[in-house]
Design a binder for this molecule. Structure first.
Ligand SMILES: C=CC1=C(C)c2cc3[nH]c(cc4nc(cc5[nH]c(cc1n2)c(C)c5CCC(=O)O)C(CCC(=O)O)=C4C)c(C)c3C=C
Ligand code: FE2
Ligand code: FE2
Length: 336
């Protein structure tokens, strides 16, 4: 039995905090940093739901040594002056949200790597936080992402003597402000580049096993994609949904984005717009996998131009949508 951590004596009236959490990313585009990042990420049982006796040898002796160098090169190809795009855009989004929500303390943490959830929560506790709203930057709920954030938050505050009041946003896949922001992003792209022959909405994939076990993720991706297509006035056949970023050998959700691209190329599609509504911030999976790798694949398969539509990042529509969403979840809490 371990003792609970002492809590700071509360002198003021207490503060409300909004904790934004994104996945996490390596500290540098190097083999060592990527290995540390993947090591933490792929030890999460929410992500890889396999017995450790089976998984750890595969992870330590095959995946980490074989994958880290290649993935580090991929990160190097998208790295920005200020760091990894996922962290840079998430940080800018948090800064903008702090301006939009001056009545609460806004902080950003990463599920894997830094800034760590535990460190960020302890700093908030020291600043007098007594109410906490956790907003994972995943519009669609999955046990592998949203629930993993919840685990990490509870693991930390579970050791505190004085718990904050706690609220958690499980998903926002049909939130009207978020759909407004996505719709505007796509219409802006069409205004600039013209409308592509098709719009592909590509979401990060999951092992099919997760869906069978009741993970609502694929249904939320489909419902959000349908809602977005309806707002854009797209008829059946003018838009498609695909799942990208497959990892490992077991069956993943389909249709796969890369196979869909090959089919579209075969049909003679020359201009294809691709949007990734599951990614709040641009990252390896959008900038490298879609905008670089899949664009090359589409061209090589006989298709034309793949035009990637940037994630919502720190754009004003995203900030307004998440600020309104946070305000709704904060209702009833007195901010001091
Ligand atoms: C091992 C299985 C994986 C599951 C399940 C998974 C679910 C999942 N991931 C995201 C969002 C992101 N994933 C990113 C990178 C990434 N994902 C996996 C594996 C699984 N993801 C790996 C191994 C990696 C690292 C890159 C690689 O080795 O290929 C990223 C990008 C991070 C960055 O630094 O840019 C995001 C974002 C979601 C939303 C999701 C479930 C719905
Ligand atoms: Fe291990
Ligand atoms: Fe992933």
């Amino acid at each position: 039995m371990t003792a609970f951590r002492d809590s700071p004596r509360q002198t003021g009236p207490g503060r409300t905090a909004l904790l934004l959490v994104n996945l996490g990313t390596p500290e540098a585009p190097t083999r060592g940093a990527v290995r540390r990042y993947l090591g933490e990420f792929l030890h999460d049982y929410r992500v890889v739901e396999l017995s450790r006796w089976l998984w750890c040898p595969i992870l330590h002796f095959a995946i980490l040594p074989l994958r880290s160098g290649k993935v580090a090169r991929n990160y190097a190809s998208i790295w920005m002056d200020e760091g990894s795009p996922l962290l840079v855009y998430s940080r800018r989004l948090a800064e903008q949200l702090q301006h939009a929500l001056p009545e609460v303390t806004v902080r950003l943490a990463m599920r894997y790597g830094r800034p760590a959830i535990a460190d960020t929560l302890r700093a908030l506790e020291a600043e007098g936080m007594t109410r906490l709203l956790v907003l994972p930057l995943y519009p669609q709920y999955s046990a592998s992402t949203s629930a993993s954030v919840f685990d990490a938050v509870v693991r930390e505050i579970g050791s505190w003597r004085r718990l904050p009041e706690l609220r958690f946003v499980a998903d926002y896949h049909l939130d009207s402000g978020w759909l407004d922001a996505l719709e505007s992003r796509i219409r802006e792209h069409w205004d600039l580049h013209g409308r592509g022959e098709r719009l592909l909405m590509s979401f990060h994939g999951l092992p099919k096993r997760f869906e069978t076990a009741g993970d609502p993720y694929p249904r939320q991706c489909e419902a959000g994609a349908r809602a977005l297509a309806a707002r854009l006035g797209l008829a059946e056949g003018e838009w498609l949904l695909g799942y990208q970023s497959r990892f490992g050998r077991e069956p993943w959700l389909g249709p796969a984005t890369d196979e869909t691209l090959r089919c579209l190329a075969g049909e003679g599609v020359k201009t294809l717009d691709v949007v990734c509504p599951g990614f709040a911030a641009d990252c390896l999976e959008t900038l490298e996998e879609i905008a670089a790798q899949n664009a090359a694949l589409f061209r090589a398969a006989g298709g034309g131009e793949l035009r990637y539509i940037a994630a919502l990042n720190d754009g004003p529509g995203h900030v307004a949508a998440l600020a309104a969403l946070a305000r709704r979840h904060l209702q009833g809490w007195r901010h001091a």
